[in-house]
Design a protein around this ligand. Structure first.
Ligand code: CTP
Length: 420
């Protein structure tokens, strides 16, 4: 169970998405969390305290004080009790009040006194979400260290289509798991990472290669290792150095050698991220001796030399055919044109869990440099776009995304196993 013994305080505000918070409560409880719910007055217009009291097995609190019996709810205690404070759905009104430090209900009082990580899942109509005041408030909340989950794009309660739908309960739970359990979620797992270029020999002194520096693959290996994963790093020729003791480095030169190394380690891995720029073709035969220049200065014309090339094995495709349901397989696509369509094609053809796309059209992205700009495309054609960042930060984004996918896989498995 993902949240065994963890205490989750769930704040629900007045939006139609409040009905989804019932499923959210159920999922959190099933994953071992102790859940306490705060409903705002307007949330009660959408869904009843009884629903949440039943699902959470805890009394639901709604008011700062009760004037009829003279009792009051201790918001400080609630704030201190929680390991995670999640507000879902969070309306524009509550988001605005949280950002401004307003404290006119129990949820807001608990927010101001919470000492734990705070997660906010906005839900509102598209124009409200697009309004600069909402955007500014969300940025402010982020700057306080709070996490924003979603929203998604899709059909809204108003009948309009656009950004503003609350993230699905499964996504929220996966996000919580990926962030809150960041440190130990990957602990003890094994990952295969490929990095760098491959060199395909033409003769003993020449090869066909590419400009890959290996920086992205090494950053991924370091990030995974830092989170407790045992990494098998299969790398082509590069000047990069792997530092973390959790990394076992295997140096290879050609696509064929990379293929053999990957195949012998994949079966014991939970995760495989293939970021290497593997040559698609190699010379049919590598000359034993250095190929000599034929013209040797005899003619002013431009003599040519032809090489017969043969396709190398597609390592990623082969791993995808061997992949079991417990394994997660990730590929990279470096494109120069028609990027998204090519990435979609590769994702499908190679049966990947997700693909990381970078385009050489984006300044600062791709080989050699220290930065990269990526988009991640998943099996449901959902695209997540990221800013231009240092490759180490890009690696952290990719691993965060991967943890979310792993958590989702576990949640789905749990649901299927229990049949509900
Ligand atoms: N890949 C691989 N083995 C190969 C070629 C590619 O494992 N022989 C992997 C790369 O590591 C990357 C993904 O496949 O994760 C996509 O590589 P890319 O070269 O972009 O795609 P290809 O399928 O080779 O197609 P093309 O070169 O025509 O774009």
């Amino acid at each position: 169970m993902l949240f065994s013994g963890k205490k989750v305080l769930l704040g629900i505000t007045g939006g139609i998405a409040a009905y989804k918070s019932a499923v959210l409560t159920r999922l959190l409880v099933k994953e071992g969390a102790q859940v306490k719910v705060i409903l705002t007055d307007s949330a009660k217009a959408f869904i009843t305290p009884l629903t949440f009291a039943t699902l959470s097995k805890n009394p639901v609190v709604t008011d700062l004080y009760n004037t009829t019996d003279g009792t009051w709810s201790n918001h400080v205690e609630l704030g201190r009790w929680a390991d995670i404070f999640l507000v879902a759905p969070a309306t524009a009104n509550t988001i605005g009040k949280m950002a401004a430090g307003i404290c006119d209900n129990l949820l807001l009082a608990a927010y101001l006194s919470a000492r734990c990580q705070v997660y906010i899942a906005p839900a509102m109509d598209l124009d409200m979400f697009a309004h600069p005041s909402v955007r500014t408030n969300l940025r402010l909340l982020k700057s306080f260290g709070n996490y924003i989950i979603g929203p998604n794009s899709g059909e809204l309660a108003s009948g309009l289509k656009g950004e503003g739908r609350m993230a699905e309960p499964e996504e929220i739970v996966a996000f919580l798991a990926s962030q809150f359990l960041k440190k130990d979620h990957l602990k003890g797992k094994t990952a295969l990472v490929t990095a760098g270029p491959t060199y395909e020999a033409i003769d003993p002194v020449r090869f066909i290669g590419n400009h890959s520096s290996g920086k992205m693959g090494f950053a991924l290996a370091e990030e995974l290792a830092g989170r407790g994963t045992h990494v098998v790093l299969v790398t082509g020729p590069t000047s990069q150095v792997a530092e973390h003791p959790n990394i076992r480095r295997i140096d290879v030169v050609s696509a064929q050698e990379m293929h053999i190394a990957c195949l012998s380690h994949f079966h014991k891995c939970d995760i495989a991220i293939l970021s290497a720029a593997v040559a698609d073709y190699r010379p049919l035969t590598a000359a034993k001796e250095k190929i000599k220049k034929k013209s040797a200065g005899l003619s002013a014309s431009e003599p040519t030399l032809s090489l017969d090339l043969v396709e190398t094995k597609d390592i990623l495709k082969e791993l995808s055919q061997k992949k079991t349901s417990r394994q997660l397989l990730v590929g990279f696509a470096l494109e120069t044109a028609n990027e998204l369509n090519f990435a979609k094609e590769k994702l499908k053809k190679k049966n990947l869990d997700f693909i990381v796309l970078n385009s050489l059209k984006d300044k600062g992205a791709g080989f050699k440099g220290d930065t990269n700009k990526i988009s991640i495309l998943d099996k449901n054609n959902k695209i997540s776009k990221f800013e231009l960042k240092d490759k180490k930060e890009v690696a952290a984004d990719i691993v965060d995304y991967l943890v979310q996918k792993l958590s989702k896989k576990n949640i789905k498995k749990g649901i299927n196993k229990n049949g509900n």
